[in-house]
Design a protein around this ligand. Structure first.
Ligand code: AMP
Ligand code: MG
Length: 448
């Protein structure tokens, strides 16, 4: 049977970054990858500016750091100095204010004291005594263009947008930019026994936990998810919803991919023109997982997202072109934990790669905190708690009743990877861990 690493390779082989689109640079752009070089339109700072509240001085007036100076003007941020400093002069200056002509250093206000005041208006006619160390050249001054020069590339294409990048983009006057967009991802659950959360299950029925979970996983991975509803285990129910799902960059189904009498998903996907790449992977849970793709019939079909008034819009018809228009199709087993593990192992990397990121999955090595006897003929992704706060990363398994036990992974933040066999995994041994909660998790985005 296919091994996990090989299956991951087969998925990533089919993925390419989505074509760039113009996005507004609000919080919904966080985590996206820039698809153009960004150049500054101005020098930053645009003028020699003071970095302190204090006095602009001529260092020649105070070679030893001591002087008595006449204050000739006061400049606050946003104002322009009107007077040039001559010998024996100082200008009261605030942080962010432009430096007056003639000044080459700023002395902190804490290093000065007023020695004489002849006017009720505070600075006029004021003299100050400076008692500081000998001034260094450009002390407390940021010269024009020190941060960036007009025309200079400040963010190259490929930069990941973090809050600080949003700050730089705003600084150079950008409110929109070409980025690699988030993939549109459809979630379709299947099963005669499934009812939605608001309903009370009848005999033999269960509520749909996977739908909201997969929508959440997709959003956390960076995609823009749409929930298509639940298809019954009948061709006439599945087919139209699968067709709808194939209009997206990624279609994720849950349930109906195993070997049961009503596991119709692989057949329906084949009829809809989906090319199967694999069906079954050597792993526990999640063995029946299916992956395929469909190259769209109409070459050039593409739904390029756009943003207006801060809201993302995805047109229902094509408005662009793309070299290989493809929908990636994942059929995840219906058991909730299987769905989650398969999502993290196969779907998340595909989402990340389509956004121009390194795909992961996020694996780390950690020391087992307690002995754990375990037997399985397949590699097992066992729910676990990863603790990275100490000097060594520690992992312990969390109680778990198998692939249907979503409640059991409530306490987990990771899956420890247990190799096949019948063994006692010893405390202190090092094991690979699949991290499912990371610092790169993102918040939501409104899609229309
Ligand atoms: P299947 O993969 O369709 O054979 O389903 C395997 C198990 O997962 C069955 O016990 C299903 O009832 C359960 N299951 C399937 N879909 C869901 C879902 N959307 N939410 C919760 N459990 C599900
Ligand atoms: Mg089913």
């Amino acid at each position: 049977m296919l091994q996990v690493a090989e299956a991951q390779r087969l998925v990533l082989e089919r993925v390419q970054p989505l074509p760039p689109a113009v996005w507004s640079l609000g919080p919904e752009a966080l985590g996206l990858v820039l698809a153009e070089d960004i150049a500054g339109d101005i020098d930053m700072p645009p003028f020699d500016k003071s970095l302190m509240d204090g006095y602009a001085v001529r260092s020649a007036d105070m070679p030893e750091g001591k002087a008595v100076l006449d204050v000739i003007e006061e400049v606050t941020a946003g104002q322009t100095p009107q007077k040039k400093l001559g010998p024996g002069h100082a200008t009261r200056i605030m942080t962010g204010a432009p430096l007056p002509e003639g000044a080459d250093a700023v002395v902190m206000v804490e290093r000065t004291r007023l020695v004489e005041s002849t006017s009720p208006k505070r600075e006029q006619g004021t003299r100050i005594a400076v008692d500081d160390k000998p001034p260094k050249p450009d002390q407390n001054i940021l010269r024009r263009g020190r941060e960036m020069r007009a025309g200079e590339v400040v963010l190259p294409a490929g930069s990941r947008l973090r809050p600080q990048e949003l700050g730089i983009l705003a600084t150079v006057g950008r409110t929109q930019a070409h980025v690699i967009p988030r993939p549109c991802l459809a979630v379709l659950s299947t099963g005669d026994e499934i009812v939605e959360a608001a309903q009370t299950p009848g005999p033999g029925q269960i509520r749909n936990g996977n739908g909201p979970m997969l929508v959440g996983l997709a959003a956390r991975a960076g995609a823009r998810p749409t929930y298509l509803g639940n298809a019954k285990d009948r061709l006439d129910s599945l087919r139209p919803l699968v067709e709808k799902g194939l209009q997206h960059d990624v279609l994720v189904l849950t349930g109906g991919v195993s070997a049961g009498k009503l596991d119709l998903v692989p057949g329906v996907l084949a009829d809809a023109g989906v090319e199967a790449v694999f069906h079954k992977v050597e792993m526990k849970p999640g063995k029946p997982v299916f992956f395929g793709y469909k190259e769209l019939n109409v070459v050039g079909t593409l739904r390029v997202p756009s943003v207006s008034n801060g809201t993302l819009r995805v047109p229902s018809v094509s408005n662009g072109t793309r070299s290989v228009p493809t929908t990636l199709v994942f059929g995840l087993p219906g058991n909730p934990v299987s769905s989650l593990v398969c999502f993290e192992l196969f779907v998340r990397p595909a989402i990340r790669a389509s956004m121009g990121h390194s795909p992961g999955p996020h694996l780390v090595s950690a020391e087992l905190a307690e002995d754990y006897p375990y037997r399985s003929d397949r590699v097992t992704y066992h729910p676990a708690l990863l603790d990275s706060t100490g000097r060594t990363r520690k992992v312990r398994t969390t109680p778990w009743f198998g692939s249907a036990d979503l409640r059991g992974i409530n306490r987990a933040n990771a899956f420890v990877i247990l190799p096949p066999g019948d063994t006692i995994h010893r405390a202190g041994s090092w094991l690979d861990v699949l991290v499912v909660e990371s610092e790169f998790d993102r918040g939501g985005v409104t899609a229309k």
